[in-house]
Design a protein around this ligand. Structure first.
Ligand code: FAD
Ligand code: PYC
Length: 416
């Protein structure tokens, strides 16, 4: 750290947050924008940033009903990876991982990328064959992916229980070494700060209540702070996508569920990778603070509640203790939930809607944090040109009528 950074750090620390430079402005909404993005999560903010940076479209507003990153962006367990099965998914998730690899430099904001590896465990021969199939597909797509045997898993994760007589014996695992974690808030804030610098208006505490149309074309959005005119709108509201589609007069094949997570009390470093078990429904990593960050599959009932129910926690903690016996004496500190938007094939929708000028980016379900930069990058292209990029061309809404589904239930890893 240079002399001036240290002086500025001391000055700011002593000033108790007074007079700190704001990371982004809080402008009043203008009457009209070239593009309005609904949703100030990571995906919406990334879209705005790439619209301005890659396409020179700066007259853009991001409209957020609450605070930036307060939706799933700030609620997720920060796992990133690109080891999906089908070519279409490999293309977009790998683009995203590559953007993540340069993002701290690109945004001049430390997103705390930690490529500590992501393991998916196999507990029986069927699991192992499924993982081998996916690893082979990944390798054909140029994505780093490998299979570890039981001993190699034990070497990689010393605290894991590999006793062959345990309830969930470990026959092996897939490993993506370039996978890992990134700090979720930092991703949202980094994109917000850089988009703001490029002229994007970020408007918080402003809810979109209607999509105004004339003769099948979008002409603006109704908000709690008045009408904002525009000929191009991108909906990027994750768990509330069906609501926005309803406002615009069409339906989505999307279901909303609660996905929950919890953290333990902080402990010394015990786990320096991410371990997921699709079959047993638990996954875990250790945060920089020392907490074990734990999650599982969705709660099975449709809901907009951001809480989740106890039986899901009981199941995942039982599995956690079986797989990692040393966790059995840890106390749980916090639990929360987010509303995820799931598509029938566990893949997103990124593209046109039945309304001219209205585009949608949704359906990332339990796994969209890893896609944040890639999703924003392709959606910016789609909004700027009116047509999808090659990387999102297959993720259309009409695949649910054509039948050209992209079934990623296996690679989604978190059951939904
Ligand atoms: P959000 O961050 O939810 O942003 C949407 C925004 O739209 C919200 O801020 C909301 O307030 C706003 N909004 C909604 N309606 C309106 C309206 N009418 N007007 C204005 N604004 C509106 N993915 C991974 O890849 N790895 C993980 O480890 C992972 N773990 C997860 C764990 C949990 C517990 C949860 C809940 C999700 C997890 N996910 C994970 C999924 C991931 O969080 C999401 O797919 C991703 O963050 C979605 O980002 P987003 O920007 O689309 O949505
Ligand atoms: O998609 O990798 C993932 C994930 C991990 C936890 C929740 N989703």
């Amino acid at each position: 750290m240079g002399k001036y950074s240290i002086i500025s750090l001391i000055r700011n620390a002593l000033a108790y947050h007074e007079g700190w430079e704001k990371a982004w402005r809080s402008p009043e909404p203008q009457n009209e924008y070239d593009v309005v993005i609904i949703g100030g999560g990571g995906h919406g903010l990334a879209t705005a940033f790439y619209l301005a940076k890659e396409h020179g479209v700066n007259n853009v507003a991001v409209i957020e009903k609450s605070w930036l990153g307060g939706g799933n962006t700030g609620r997720n367990t920060t796992i990133i990876r690109s080891n999906y099965l089908w070519d279409e998914s490999a293309g977009i998730y790998e683009k995203s991982l590559q953007l993540y690899e340069g993002l701290s430099q690109e945004l001049n904001f430390n997103i705390m990328l930690s490529q500590r590896g992501v393991l998916n465990l196999a507990h029986n021969l069927h699991d192992l064959r499924e993982l081998e199939r996916r690893v082979n597909a990944n390798i054909l797509n140029g994505i780093d992916s490998e299979i570890l045997n039981t001993q190699e898993v034990k070497n990689f994760v010393p605290i894991i229980n590999t006793d062959p007589n345990s309830r969930y014996p470990i026959l092996g695992a897939s490993l993506q070494r370039r996978g890992g974690t990134a700090r979720h808030d930092a991703v949202a804030w980094g994109f917000a700060r850089s988009a703001d610098k490029l002229g994007v208006d970020i408007i918080q505490q402003c809810e979109v209540t209607g999509i105004k149309q004339r003769r099948g074309r979008v002409i603006g959005v109704e908000t709690t702070r008045g009408l904002i005119k525009t000929k191009k709108v991108g909906i990027v509201v994750a768990g509330h996508s069906s609501e926005l589609a309803r406002m615009a007069g069409f339906r989505l094949p999307v279901n909303s569920y609660t996905l929950q997570a919890l953290v333990t009390e902080p402990v010394k470093p015990v786990l320096d990778t991410v371990v997921m078990s699709n079959a047993v429904h638990v996954y875990v990593s250790q945060s920089d603070k020392g907490e074990l960050v734990i999650g599982a599959g969705i709660d099975g009932a449709h809901s907009y509640s951001q809480r989740g129910s106890l039986h899901v926690i009981e199941g995942q903690l039982g599995a956690l203790c079986e797989l990692f016996p040393i966790t059995s004496r840890l106390r749980m500190m916090r639990q929360w939930g987010g509303t995820v938007d799931t598509c029938p094939d566990a893949s997103p929708i990124i593209g046109k809607t039945p309304v001219d000028g209205l585009f949608i980016n949704c359906g990332w379900g339990t796994g969209g944090f890893k896609a944040t930069p890639g999703s924003g990058w392709v959606f910016a292209h789609t909004l700027a040109t009116g047509e999808p990029h090659a990387l999102n061309a297959a993720f259309t809404l009409d695949r649910f009528t054509s039948g050209l589904l992209i079934d990623e239930h296996g690679a989604a890893a978190v059951a939904h």
